[in-house]
Structures are given as structure tokens and as C-alpha cells.
Design a binder for this molecule. Structure first.
Ligand SMILES: [Zn+2]
Ligand SMILES: [Zn+2]
Ligand SMILES: [Zn+2]
Length: 276
């Protein structure tokens, strides 16, 4: 199984779209891994996670077949994860030939946002199927078994993170979230799964947060809890992701700090392959 990170920033991007702070100015000069677009990832070549406004840019930058992708997991309704407006472009006459129906797995608030932005009902039924993702209830998509888990994020909606298993390998895609709710740790434990790749929210980098996003210190605590319940061990690849300039560490500094704790730092375009 392969995970490709297309976007690794928080909502504002990095450099942030309207920001002139020192870190954003520095990122514009350094370029490379310091340029981060909004959050999106692809599992293998057929399971997309989140649909930010930078999806189009990701399509231009990375070699993947967006028109052919029919399975979209959405974590929550924030714009950096679900930019509903661009989904209309998947409908004829804006796309030829008409792409196959896209299944969107999501919570109620994402569903509402989707209908608010979709101009006519027939465009919805001809092109999309909304599948409600319920926390802790497994979903079967092709040969993936996916367990939606409750995140610790915006309390006005049921924000989700996902445990994705295929051919005996498991990925935990863990943003946006602070330290996970106990029910999520319990569900991971109950599943008996060994996590091969754990990807954590590290929006706040140098700062401690834990109740909406994580800083590095919160990631370390979460990883420790996952080790205690037997889901993560020394063979697990652990990655930090979803960064904001408010965390105050550029890519090089983030990488240096993360490395001390056995964590990899995500960057736009990073690929991780899990071999059987
Ligand atoms: Zn976000
Ligand atoms: Zn900034
Ligand atoms: Zn969010």
C-alpha cells in the first residue's frame, strides 16, 4: 500500500495566502519543502483523502488520474479539507466523458455543505453518491476496510480520522485532530490492528495544544498511548503532518525536532510505500 501526501499545510497554506510574517517570507525564499499546500493525500492510485481548494494544483503537479478516482474520504467540513465548489467541475459539460459516480464518505456537515454548493439535484444523483461515515463502523471500499474514527477537533461536527487496511497493511490518517478521544483509542485497540503507518496532526509544532490540533509534544503523547494499547511499535512508520506558520518551525527545524522522536516530517509530494 502506498500513501502520497499532496498537501501538508493547515487551512491558510504555507506561505499563508495573505501573510507577511517572517516564516512565510522565509518559505517564499527557501521554496522546496517549505512550500506547503492544503491537506490532501492519495492511497495507492484510487482512494483520495480530502478535497481542498488545492486539489486542482495537485492534479497539475502530480501524476494521478483524478477523473478516474471514484472514492473520496472526507475528514470534516473545513475548507482546507472540503472545497465543495470544485466538485461541480466533475459534471458534464465541464468534464467529458461523464466520469463514473464518485462516492463521498463523510459526516453530516460535509453532506450539507455539498448540497449547498451543488447547483441542481440531478447533477448530484448523476455524478455523486454521499455515504454517511459513522464513527467506529467499518466501511468496505473495493479491497480496503476502513474504520472511521472520531477526531478531537471542531466540536460542532463529527470530525473523522481514518484507519485504512488493505492486504494486511494498515494506515492511520490522523488529521485534523488533537489527542484522540478515549473512544478512538478503545476502537483501535478492539480492532486488534497493527498500524504500519501512523500519520499525525502536528499543526502547532513547537506549541502544546492537544484539544483541536497537536503540537509535537501532543504527538509524542498520542504515539505513547498507541504503543501502550499495542497498535504501534518500533516497526511503525510515524509521520507528522498538517503544519501552520503559527507553529513557528520551518521544514528543516520541524524535521530536526521530529527526528529526535523517531518521526518523519511530511512534505508536499512525499510518498511512503508499505511493502508486504
Ligand atoms: Zn485542516
Ligand atoms: Zn505567516
Ligand atoms: Zn480542521
Amino acid at each position: 500500500m502506498k500513501l502520497t501526501y499532496f498537501g501538508t499545510a493547515a487551512a491558510e497554506g504555507w506561505p499563508a495566502i495573505f501573510c507577511n510574517c517572517e516564516l512565510c517570507k522565509e518559505a517564499r525564499q527557501l521554496k522546496g519543502k517549505n512550500i506547503r499546500t492544503r491537506s490532501q493525500a492519495l492511497v495507492n492510485d484510487d482512494l483520495l483523502i480530502d478535497f481542498p481548494p488545492d486539489t486542482y494544483m495537485h492534479y497539475l503537479t502530480y501524476n494521478f488520474n483524478l477523473p478516474e478516482i471514484t472514492e473520496l474520504l472526507v475528514t470534516h467540513s473545513h475548507t482546507d479539507h472540503f472545497y465543495a465548489t470544485d466538485l461541480e467541475m466533475r459534471c458534464v459539460p465541464l468534464a467529458h466523458p461523464q466520469p463514473k459516480i464518485m462516492h463521498i464518505y463523510c459526516n453530516d456537515k460535509v453532506e450539507k455543505k455539498f448540497y449547498d454548493f451543488m447547483p441542481t439535484a440531478n447533477k448530484v444523483t448523476d455524478n455523486f453518491e454521499i455515504v454517511h461515515a459513522t464513527p467506529f463502523v467499518p466501511i468496505q471500499i473495493k479491497d480496503y476496510t476502513i474504520i472511521p474514527l472520531l477526531a478531537n477537533h471542531d466540536k460542532t461536527e463529527e470530525c473523522l480520522i481514518y484507519l485504512i487496511t488493505q492486504n494486511g497493511k494498515t494506515i492511520l490518517y490522523g488529521n485534523d485532530s488533537g489527542i484522540f478521544p478515549q473512544a478512538t483509542f478503545d476502537c483501535i485497540k478492539r480492532s486488534g490492528l497493527h498500524i504500519d503507518l501512523a500519520s499525525f496532526d502536528c499543526t502547532m509544532q513547537s506549541k502544546q495544544e492537544g484539544n483541536n490540533h497537536m503540537g509535537l509534544i501532543d504527538v509524542i503523547e498520542t504515539k505513547k498511548k498507541l504503543i501502550e494499547i499495542g497498535a504501534v511499535n518500533e516497526s511503525t512508520i510515524c509521520v507528522v503532518n498538517h503544519f501552520s506558520h503559527n507553529g513557528l518551525w520551518n521544514h528543516e527545524r520541524m524535521e530536526e525536532e521530529a527526528k529526535k522522536h523517531g518521526l518523519l516530517t511530511a512534505y508536499d509530494g512525499m510518498e511512503i510505500v508499505l511493502r508486504n
